[in-house]
Design a protein around this ligand. Structure first.
Ligand code: GLN
Length: 304
């Protein structure tokens, strides 16, 4: 298959979707982005990159970072985090508060905000307080881009408007489900979400999910059984209350962020990252999901 041709075709076909939906505005630092942008990149398991559109423009990775914190925790800690977070789809928005009380402070899964706060808390403990730096350094190593960093303006903007995540964190703490002070967990979480990366960077950084846990330098990061599990949780929970629709349309494990990025994995084959900032009601990129739908339909690459 001519991957470059396919990506170029998708950039053309996706034009009618650009600007459908709206950029996230509950984090004011994300609201001013140009919503006519669209990028797509594929990184093969061997490390070749194919890209088209705005694939080298950095954007705010937001919740895509949750896949990487989970992977780093599983690499450092094996399975103890699963005592503190479930792995079932929530059927609720990513920042919902309601389920947490009914379920005694154990979040439904690691990709909704409550669950991601628990995972970041665990990573803080495992890294002596350097969780965000650990994610950043993993991203730099795997993408080969030493310029990757957290966008201080986006982070400050989220910090000023983080009442909902602060509520979730305090609630978790009230159930004894945080090991570190609420403020430190929130700071690390906001810093990991504010990492600015391009489609190319992210497709490369996520490649361990398509290589049974191998890092870019060939060393073992996670056992194959753990990457299988991360991919499974991405499929069932990675796009929140739209995970069923995403599985139906795309047929791959995926993880979205409110910056408009989505990563998807074809196990043993490649990773794909798409980006376009305008979101649907569930917080997933409209053009990004449409592009992944077109990619798997035309390539036939799906786990089903
Ligand atoms: N930082 C964002 C938040 O906590 C991430 C949400 C997302 O990308 N879905 O609200």
């Amino acid at each position: 298959m001519d991957l470059q041709n396919l990506l170029d075709d998708i950039v053309g076909d996706i034009q009618p979707f650009l600007g459908q939906g709206a950029a996230a505005d509950y984090i004011p630092g994300l609201a001013t982005v140009d919503t006519s942008q669209f990028g797509i990149a594929v990184a093969t398991r061997g490390g070749e990159v194919y890209a088209s559109g705005d694939a080298t423009v950095p954007f705010s990775i937001q919740s895509i970072s949750k896949v990487f914190t989970l992977a780093l925790v599983l690499a450092g800690d094996d399975d103890s985090v699963w005592k503190r977070v479930f792995r079932e789809p929530s059927g609720n928005p990513f920042n919902s508060l309601v389920q947490l009380e009914h379920e005694d402070g154990i979040p439904r899964n690691p990709f909704i905000n409550a669950g991601a706060l628990v995972v970041t808390d665990r990573l803080l403990s495992l890294t002596d307080g350097s969780a965000a730096e650990a994610v950043r350094s993993f991203m730099r190593d795997e993408s080969g881009n030493p310029g990757i960093d957290s966008d201080a303006e986006v982070a400050a903007s989220e910090a000023r408007n983080s009442h909902r995540n602060a509520s979730l964190a305090h609630f978790l703490a009230s159930y004894g489900n945080l090991e570190n002070p609420v403020d430190e967990v929130l700071d690390a979480y906001i810093a990991q979400c504010a990492l600015a990366m391009s489609c190319t960077d992210l497709a490369l950084a996520a490649r361990f999910l398509a290589t049974n846990g191998r890092r870019a330098d060939g060393t073992a990061f996670l056992p194959a059984s753990q990457t299988k599990r991360i991919n499974a949780v991405m499929l069932t929970c990675g796009t929140y209350d739209a995970a069923g629709e995403f599985a139906y349309r795309v047929g791959l494990p995926g993880k979205s962020g409110v910056g408009g990025g989505v990563i998807a994995v074809v196990p043993n084959n490649c990773t794909i990252c798409v980006w376009s900032p305008a979101l649907d009601r569930s917080g997933n990129s409209v053009a990004g999901v449409a592009a992944l739908d077109a990619f798997t339909t035309r390539s036939g690459w799906s786990i089903f």
